[in-house]
Design a protein around this ligand. Structure first.
Ligand code: PLP
Length: 401
């Protein structure tokens, strides 16, 4: 009996790729891909095992190396990021650490934005113990990046918009600076996801994702990925991952694979709601100056955001008067959940200075723009009026308005 040819989503629209890439129909004809919960794979015989190990034939060996559920996740995310290849990791931090440790050696130099997720700066500090030189620079100051370049600079690392300040870096310009120096640019694309920004198309060499955030979208599992050129990923980064073992579990891969199916829809709606809330809050003059959001024309890189991002994102910050007021405000919120995560379908609120960025030194926090009064919102899918009402009543209760 002839079988209907499977639909090939390559080259189709973003949502079509998010829904159809990576789907394989197995022996049981499951329409939702199965979760391959296995640590190793059985070989037909010893000779076949030898041939797979020798890479003479392609096949799964051990789930620290490859797993069909993880491969499906990698294929789908690569399609969305416009990447030739993707490698999954157990978390976003595993992805970042793997990029640093597999591309940098003692004597090499890393230039890193000083406005990145707290743990990323902590890992950069750890690199110094291994003889890797690290220079933190101001994300939006291109001259600072240029001046930081040394003959041994191998990697530039930026996160844009930055967590939590929402400062932007010019990705095309950063890629040019990196390439002129014979170095690579790696971009943390967590705040945007490929729905809002595709750094590889702007010249970046590598992208990292914390799939824990918007890609899951429902705060269930941790995961991460490194995306980019196939030769670099398979030749240099994969051997590091395969041996060190920060492996994405098959179950998490499956959750994240399914998460991508609703990613475009979620992000669009979350962006709409965030714009609605910020615009409503900005009508109050006293609050307008306290808002940080790339969509506001008061944002220093509003112009760049309009060019570089498809939408302005689903995060915004309020700058309150110090820690006491920030905590009072957060404790007055009823709908928003106080947590250290972001990218959930439910609205989340974070006080970075005492949580996600608390392990940085005061100077590092100052340099990163993480003031004691900064409160970060990750807007969810609740009714926009309900979120706005919650923020407004908490502002009153905390004595801000
Ligand atoms: C911008 C950014 N990058 C990386 C990470 C690390 O991701 P994970 O928690 O999956 O390790 C986070 C986590 O909050 C983040 O916000």
């Amino acid at each position: 009996m002839s079988r209907k040819k499977r639909f090939n989503p390559e080259g189709k629209g973003f949502s079509t790729q998010a829904l159809h890439t990576g789907v394989t129909i197995g022996g049981e004809r499951d329409n939702s891909i199965p979760i391959h919960l296995t640590s190793s794979y059985a070989f037909d015989d010893a000779e076949y095992a030898r041939a797979v190990f020798a890479e003479e034939v392609e096949g799964n060996i051990y789930s620290r190396f490859t797993n069909p559920s993880v491969t499906a996740f990698e294929k789908r995310l690569a399609a969305l990021e416009g990447a030739e290849h993707a490698l999954a990791t157990s978390s976003g931090m595993a992805a970042i650490s793997a990029v640093f440790l597999s591309l940098l050696s003692a004597g090499d130099h890393l230039v890193i934005s000083r406005s990145v997720f707290g743990s990323t700066l902590n890992v950069a500090d750890i690199l110094k113990r291994y003889g890797i030189e690290v220079t933190p620079v101001e994300l939006s100051n291109l001259n600072a990046w240029k001046e930081a370049i040394r003959p041994n600079t191998k990697l530039l690392f930026a996160e844009t918009p930055a967590n939590p300040t929402l400062e932007l870096g010019d990705l095309s310009a950063l890629a040019e600076i990196a390439h002129d120096a014979g170095a690579r640019l790696c971009v943390d694309n967590v705040f945007c996801t490929p729905v809002l920004q595709q750094p590889l198309a702007l010249g970046a060499d590598l992208v990292i994702q914390s799939a824990t955030k918007y890609i899951d979208g429902q705060g269930r599992v941790l995961g991460g990925a490194i995306l980019g050129n196939k030769a670099l990923l398979t030749g240099t980064i994969f051997p590091f991952l395969r041996n060190t073992g920060p492996t994405l579990s098959a179950f998490n891969a499956w959750v994240l694979f399914k998460g991508m199916e609703t990613l475009p829809l979620r992000i669009e709606k979350q962006c709409d709601t965030t714009a609605f809330i910020v615009e409503a809050l900005a009508r109050n003059e006293t609050i307008r100056d306290r808002l940080r959001y790339p969509g506001l024309d008061t944002h220093p890189q509003h112009q760049l955001a309009s060019q570089q991002m498809n939408r302005f994102g689903a995060l915004f910050c309020l700058i309150l008067d110090g820690k006491e007021q920030a905590h009072r405000f957060i404790d007055s919120l009823e709908l928003a959940i106080v947590t250290a995560n972001l990218g959930d379908v439910r609205t989340l609120v974070t006080h970075p200075a005492t949580t996600t960025h608390s392990r940085l030194t005061q100077q590092q926090r100052h340099d990163a723009g993480v003031t004691d009064g900064l409160v970060r919102f990750s807007i969810g899918l609740e009714d926009q009026e309900d979120i706005l009402e919650d923020v407004e009543q908490a502002l009153k209760a905390a004595g801000v308005t």
